[in-house]
Design a protein around this ligand. Structure first.
Ligand SMILES: C[S@@+](CC[C@H](N)C(=O)[O-])C[C@H]1O[C@@H](n2cnc3c(N)ncnc32)[C@H](O)[C@@H]1O
Length: 262
């Protein structure tokens, strides 16, 4: 994969270990409820889930809109599209969840939407301003866009400390188009023409290791870049595993929640 398009290419083909990591990382957990609260979801709504990944969130959205609503889940990865369809079938919501494979960064023609939800995707799109303009274009007046995203400049991982975390992020930089998207979202929402833009930041530390796949992914991206010695990356993995065992681990990756009304 070329370094200049890696941020997109690494989503077109996702290797089995990362697929397994995402199944775990993106499993919907009740404690994530505050992430969705600003979207003001309700039965009967028509909701797009832009960049749906393996489909855990799309299924959760389908439960919330109920049998009278509909979810349109979009993704550019064929395996995620397949998994989201299979998950909707298995969870009994396939009648109200349509999965759309996409190849470009636009939104294909869809029935009128009430909401667009986009979680941990905006950091990867080629042009976040253009994607938000697209959300603004397809939402009718009064429709709401709700974007949830990280800001990698605020990542804390113990026991790695400041220097090793910074080194790891620098070596994995090519995997993100806009790694500090979190802090930029409110400005981009306003520029895209959204009104009543609201921003919240949620920061819950993971002390158990369920977010450790974030580190394994960073290590994988750094390995692919060849920018850090393999022994140093192996030591990072070993130290994080040891810290989880010893209950000395902490991972904090603040999530920016930004909503705007069309
Ligand atoms: C970190 S995953 C998040 C998945 C899901 N939203 C969730 O939180 O469970 C990022 C997702 O964005 C998708 N993606 C990456 N670039 C994209 C783009 N330009 N347009 C749409 N989806 C994209 C990937 O295929 C992947 O499914």
């Amino acid at each position: 994969m070329s370094e200049s398009s890696y941020y997109r290419d690494h989503w077109l083909t996702v290797e089995p270990e990362r697929l397994a990591a995402y199944e775990e990382l993106f499993r919907w957990r009740p404690q994530q409820e505050p992430l969705l609260a600003p979207a003001q979801l309700a039965p009967g709504q028509r909701v797009a889930d832009y960049g749906c990944g393996p489909g855990h969130l799309a299924v959760e959205l389908a439960r919330r809109v109920g049998p009278g609503g509909h979810v349109h889940a979009l993704d550019l990865n064929a395996e995620f599209v397949r998994r989201t369809r299979a998950r909707a079938e298995a969870e009994g919501v396939a009648d109200r969840l349509t999965v759309h494979p996409i190849t470009s960064d636009g939104i294909p023609p869809l029935p009128a939407l009430d909401r667009i939800v986009c979680k941990n995707v905006m950091e990867y799109v080629p042009d976040a301003a253009a994607t938000l303009a697209e959300f603004r274009r397809v939402l009718p007046p009064g429709g709401l866009a709700h974007v949830i995203d990280s800001d990698w400049g605020l990542l804390a991982v113990e026991p790695l400390g400041e220097a090793r975390t910074a080194e790891l992020l620098a070596a994995a930089r090519h995997a993100y188009r806009t790694p500090q998207i979190g802090r930029q979202l409110h400005r981009l929402f306003r520029r895209a023409g959204f009104r009543d833009v609201q921003v919240q930041v949620l920061a819950s530390p993971d002390l158990k290791g369920y977010m450790a796949p974030v580190v394994w992914n960073l290590v994988g991206y750094a390995r692919a870049s060849g920018k850090l010695a393999p022994a140093l990356l192996d030591a990072i993995v070993a130290d994080v595993k040891r810290a989880i065992e010893a209950e000395e681990y902490l991972l904090l990756l603040p999530q920016f929640l930004v909503t705007g009304t069309a």
